[in-house]
Ligand binder design. Structure first.
Ligand SMILES: Nc1ncnc2c1ncn2[C@@H]1O[C@H](COP(=O)(O)OP(=O)(O)O)[C@@H](O)[C@H]1O
Ligand SMILES: [Mg+2]
Length: 242
């Protein structure tokens, strides 16, 4: 597909990418490369100018936006919470008829390492937070948004990795929660730390709105191109992290 926001903007031209059911597709590349735009097109916040995007073979333009988005769970780059209880902030992700039950919220919270800090709060899941997350740390807020996606049990998951720095332990918990969330579902992971996506089925390296390289980690490393250079820059000074 091809796309541009405005005539004076650099275009996305002939971008081609396929994710098979259950696969993890990692999208990497410098800031401004078009990673978030690609996800916005997938969710139809913008329409492609040429070509098309298909979900299970169906052109997504033939679906209502609501129907399309019901298949997706999104963990956005910018953590967002709303003023309400912790329960409500997790339950928000639940789709379909009946509201999420306390048991469903607890299950999602437990899987995503949210329960371990919520149970220490005097108000538990009824604790009120505001749009800024109240007294929660940046990492705890991230975990909450992961639990929200978890409860939706989406067919396709979009994880736009947060860039905000959290401590090492929290980062590990976030990674664990994301790995659980990815299991068994088609996932697009926009990754800044390559350590989190080395096992992805497909890694797409984007630059200036185009996918310039794609393949597994091993294939892209052997190609010694852009991805290889990025990997070297992240790991050359830190052999333990690799
Ligand atoms: N809503 C928008 N309107 C116009 N240009 C945009 C908009 N969103 C992003 N862009 C531009 O599109 C390009 C890709 O941005 P983005 O997809 O956010 O990159 P990434 O997520 O890889 O950092 C950038 O040049 C950015 O400035
Ligand atoms: Mg982005």
């Amino acid at each position: 597909m091809s796309f541009r926001y405005r005539p004076d903007q650099p275009p996305f031209e002939h971008v081609s990418l396929q994710a098979l059911p259950g696969q993890t597709v990692a999208i990497v590349g410098p800031t401004g490369a078009g990673k978030t735009t690609l996800m916005n097109l997938l969710l139809r916040f913008y329409e492609v100018d040429a070509g098309c995007i298909r979900l299970d073979g169906i052109d997504i333009r033939t679906l209502t936006r609501e129907a399309l988005r019901s298949h997706f769970g999104v963990v956005p780059q910018e953590t967002w919470l709303f003023a309400g209880s912790i329960h409500d902030n997790i339950a928000y992700g639940h789709v379909g008829g009946a509201p999420a039950t306390a048991a469903e919220v607890l299950a999602a919270a437990t899987a995503c390492h949210v329960d371990e800090f919520v149970r220490l709060l005097p108000g538990g899941y009824d604790t009120l937070i505001d749009e800024n997350g109240g007294g929660l740390s940046a990492g705890q807020q991230q975990l909450l948004t992961i639990a929200r996606a978890f409860i939706a049990q989406p067919v396709v998951l979009i994880l736009d990795e947060a860039t905000s720095s959290v401590d090492t332990r929290t980062e590990r918990l976030v990674q664990e929660a994301m790995t659980k969330l990815r299991a068994g579902r088609t996932s697009f992971v926009i990754a800044h730390r390559l350590s989190t996506i080395l096992d992805a089925d497909v890694i797409a390296y984007m630059e200036n709105g185009n996918v310039v390289e794609q393949g597994s980690h091993a294939v892209l490393m052997a190609a010694r191109g852009r991805y290889w250079a990025l990997y070297e820059s992240q790991f050359s000074n830190d052999p333990i992290a690799a």
